[in-house]
Design a protein around this ligand. Sequence first.
Ligand code: THU
Length: 143
Amino acid sequence: MDQDKINELIRVSQEAKEKAYCPYSKFRVGCALITEDGSVFTGCNVENVSYGLSICAERTAIVKAISEGHHNIKALAISSDMKNQFITPCGMCRQFIFEFGKHISIYQTKPDMSYEMETSSQLLWKGFGPSDLASERISQNGS
Ligand code: THU
């Protein structure tokens, strides 16, 4: 992706952060993803009083894209309010992203638009993915 497209994706993720519903953590996160055909989907974190039900910004954006029929995710930008740290996806989100590709670019940003990019396989080293289910298996005895 060229620099202008990366900056635009980061800017859109910062806009998405404004919508964060995070009354418990007060930690706002925004995400913008772009698909191979150039469609953009955004997401924010959506918390719940039953804390464990909270949904991260990344998963919100991915669920929106998939439910609209867009599976070819090319890149994803994530924003938070952390001044001196790049926001990086949680373990659950790493697995969720990996489901849709091993080579997805993940732009982990700071509010000043600086970023670190790593791919889905770099963030989930030796991840378990859909291709593993297609690999040859031994026969099942008993059950
Ligand atoms: N959160 C995200 O939405 N994405 C991340 O990459 C890290 C964490 C959310 C979950 C929770 O609502 C809040 O940030 C604090 O953990």
